[in-house]
Design a binder for this molecule. Structure first.
Ligand code: ADP
Length: 368
């Protein structure tokens, strides 16, 4: 589209001359006879360029220019001053208030067209550059966000593989260290290990299909019988419990209503909560795994009688990369974040109640 030029000059003959020169070259021209009208004209439509006379009857050209430049949308619009050759014209002041060039009267058509054309081209290029810069900044932001999500995914993979692999290793080492154990590697233990391996493989599959674009947990829900499910999961923890001399207090009633959940993701929650209880507390811990039916949900609990968590830390522990006390233990501050993601994907809630020195009770709900 043709550029829109605003000419501000109090002399009609100047306006006529300039207008006809510019219109012949296809520019759209608007006129203003004084500073006030110029300020009104720009409010109706932002011009692409302004030719501004220094000597105006009301406000002088410098002041008009200063006022125009204080309007944010007019900052990129080039303003060229018009001045009489023999008149008083302070070039430095003209540039200081925001002018980009000046044209002296009497006007020479070629000069005017060249200067106007150059300034319009420059401002167009500037606009294009700004647009490209904004696009680049957006791309950089998007890439950084994608990289961050990828990093989280990588950390998640390593974090969640740690507990089951450690459990498997411990079971195997236990059997290996005593010959009798090797010989009688119980059938149930073998079954548990196979079950662990299968779960690990499914976990790897689910983690690699989780798209870093969304970070959302994708669920494959099915009916889960919580008592059977938790018993079989806790079998995988048996060697670890023995090593940590855990006293397990199992309180999941047989008649609990079935829940619809993704069993592999549910196992990740229990693994993280149980793994944390063992990691942050001394051996000899009493560990409670419980579930209580409520009206529309089942409330699952993993509680310990360990060191507890200071109340001011409890609220933020479920955020990404947030760690509490006990930084000596290996960790990334991701476990509880993953638990929250999974619980929320199921439409549930998660939280912790804790008393320092008395223990922590992590709970989460799954709708029935
Ligand atoms: P990580 O174990 O990688 O640090 P988590 O998100 O699993 O990350 O846990 C966050 C923090 O919560 C831990 O750094 C720890 O301070 C605290 N925490 C979690 N579980 C327990 C627990 N059972 N007893 C005491 N502190 C715990």
């Amino acid at each position: 589209m043709n550029a829109d030029i605003l000419i501000v000059d109090d002399r009609p003959e100047n306006l006529r001359l300039l207008s006809s020169m510019l219109e012949q070259r296809g520019y759209r021209v608007r006129n203003a006879l004084n500073g006030q009208r110029a300020l009104t004209a720009v409010q109706k439509q932002i011009p692409d360029l302004i030719l501004l006379d220094i000597k105006l009857p009301d406000i002088d050209g410098y002041e008009v220019c200063r006022q125009l430049k204080s309007i944010p949308t007019l900052q990129p619009v080039p303003i060229l001053f018009l001045s009489a050759l023999n008149g008083v014209f302070d070039k430095v002041k003209a540039f200081q208030v925001g002018g980009v060039d000046y044209i002296t009267k009497p006007f020479q058509e070629e000069e005017i067209l060249m200067r106007v054309g150059t300034q319009l081209q420059l401002s167009q290029q500037k606009e294009q550059l700004q647009h490209q810069n904004q696009q680049l900044a957006r791309e950089i932001r998007d890439r950084q966000a994608a990289q961050e999500r990828l990093q989280v995914l990588l950390h998640t993979v390593s974090h969640d593989l740690r507990n089951p692999v450690a459990g498997l290793g411990m079971t195997l080492r236990g059997a290996h260290s005593n010959e009798a154990g090797q010989a009688i590697l119980e059938r149930s233990m073998r079954e548990t290990m196979v079950q662990s391996c299968d779960r690990l493989l499914r976990l790897i599959d689910s983690l690699t299909t989780e798209t870093p674009e969304t970070e959302a947990i994708s669920l494959q829900p099915q009916w889960v019988v919580l008592p059977t499910f938790t018993k079989s999961l806790l079998r995988e923890w048996r060697s670890m419990f023995e090593r940590h001399q855990v006293q397990l207090d199992y309180r999941i009633p047989k008649d609990l209503p079935h829940i619809e959940a993704d069993p592999d993701q549910l196992a990740r929650i229990f693994d993280n909560l149980i793994g944390n209880a063992l990691k942050y507390n001394k051996p000899g811990l009493k560990l409670t795994v419980a579930a209580i039916p409520k009206e529309t949900e089942v409330r699952c609990i993993v509680a310990d009688n360990g060191i507890g968590i200071p109340p001011q830390q409890c609220g933020r522990l479920f955020d990404r990369y947030v760690r509490g006390q006990g930084k000596k233990q290996e960790g990334l501050g991701l476990g509880l974040y993953i638990c929250r993601q999974i619980v929320e994907a199921h439409g549930g809630r998660i939280g912790v109640k804790s008393k320092p020195g008395r223990g922590s009770q992590f709970w989460f709900t799954i709708p029935v």
